[in-house]
Design a protein around this ligand. Structure first.
Ligand SMILES: [Zn+2]
Length: 389
């Protein structure tokens, strides 16, 4: 009975103006976006209108109310000279900044961060995705820091000589037992150097042993820049309950990844069914010389309504958020979309203009304005500050 009475006092509709105001007042931070890689691959520039081509561009960041974006610097483990490649990607963003000084600023410290937010410019930082990019050399870590790298993901899907990845720890258990698992002594030195520099340790993509070694070595709060809850979607690199609790205790933040496959445990089956249903067309495209991945993209575009219907509802992403809040508390969750690094996201979350929908969904779930401010960016800003020199 009491419960029913209480229900009467819960606002039944959320006004658009309220959402707009709360979203505008929040400092919105996303800790993982792959537009730099997308621009390289598609030979486009984010200062142009890239609607229909990418998830992100400068004007759409503004439209989505994004105040701070950490841009992912990435290449896979097979790339030769990954350190040089990382620098080339950083050159691209530097060039965008120099062409658009009224819209975006590269920020290296708290003062510059505050200044950019106050001036209503997009505050940009780098997040290096994959320890292989330092090529086993701590001097390279220092140089990446000097250029504006404020976190490094210890591994991408590939392991380094000093840290094992989640993918390897789950698929190469036997061979890893013969070499190493987790962080080596040099790996621990990397973490310590990152702490000294003021570069956040990112545990997205790392294996469980690496996670525990990192969390026991670091003296500063860590982040998972783009990861979700394993219990709700048990894929190799989502975080188990005890990891989520440990990030909370460490004072860190788990930033939600929008990739449908990491949100919805049924996504993989849906993808397989889609490919099976269009096998004939896929095969004939491949036979005519189209690469397998591109053939799937072409078919996905042709049957866009089917692809659209297979996307999980936005509520499912919010379920991950609620779950992390329940385990670790509202101070330990944020946003790390992985936009432009993913080919499917929950319904309505179409691109970087979609962030107000998350603010709206949080209001609908009963989060207070204060908590919304933390989730939309306050939490990761706290971790950045705690890591800063
Ligand atoms: Zn990633």
């Amino acid at each position: 009975m009491l419960k029913n009475l209480f229900f009467l006092f819960v606002p039944l509709c959320i006004h658009a103006q309220d959402v707009q105001k709360i979203h505008a007042n929040a400092i919105v931070v996303d800790s993982h976006n792959d537009i730099l890689t997308a621009c390289f691959e598609k030979k486009v520039s984010m200062d142009n209108d890239l609607k229909g081509k990418t998830h992100s561009d400068l004007n759409r960041f503004k439209e989505g109310g994004v105040d701070v974006q950490i841009f992912s610097v990435w290449c896979d483990g097979k790339k030769e000279n990954p350190y040089t490649y990382a620098n080339r990607q950083m050159d691209t963003l530097d060039a965008v900044v120099s062409r658009n000084r009224g819209k975006i600023a590269l920020v290296r410290n708290q003062r510059e961060l505050k200044r950019a937010i106050k001036d209503q410019k997009l505050a940009a930082m780098f997040g290096v995705e994959g320890g292989h990019m330092i090529e086993d050399n701590l001097d390279n870590l220092d140089k990446l820091y000097a250029r504006g790298t404020r976190y490094m993901t210890l591994t991408w899907n590939n392991s380094t000589s000093w840290a094992t990845s989640a993918l390897d720890e789950t698929t190469k258990k036997d061979s890893l037992a013969k070499t190493h698992k987790g962080l080596t002594d040099f790996g621990k030195q990397v973490v310590k150097r990152m702490n000294e520099l003021g570069m956040i340790v990112d545990v997205s993509h790392v294996g469980e042993q690496t996670f525990w070694d990192a969390i026991n070595t670091t003296t500063k709060p860590v982040i998972a820049s783009h990861s979700n809850a394993w219990t709700l979607c048990p894929i190799f690199r989502n975080l188990k309950d005890e990891q989520i609790i440990a990030v909370g205790k460490n004072g860190g933040v788990i930033d939600l990844n929008f990739y449908s496959g990491f949100v919805d445990s049924t996504n993989k089956n849906k993808e397989t069914q889609f490919a099976r249903a269009h096998k004939k067309e896929l095969d004939s495209l491949k036979q005519s010389g189209v690469q397998a991945e591109y053939a799937l993209t072409m078919i996905s575009e042709k049957y866009a309504s089917e692809v659209q219907a297979a996307r999980p509802p936005l509520s499912m992403l919010l379920d991950h958020l609620d779950y992390i809040v329940k385990l670790a508390g509202v101070d330990h969750v944020g946003l790390g979309s992985d936009f432009d690094g993913i080919n499917s996201s929950p319904q309505q979350l179409d691109d970087v203009t979609s962030y107000p929908l998350i603010t709206k969904a949080l209001l609908e779930r009963g989060y207070s304005k204060r908590d919304i401010g933390k989730i939309m960016g306050g939490n990761i800003l706290r971790v950045l500050k705690a890591n800063a020199k």
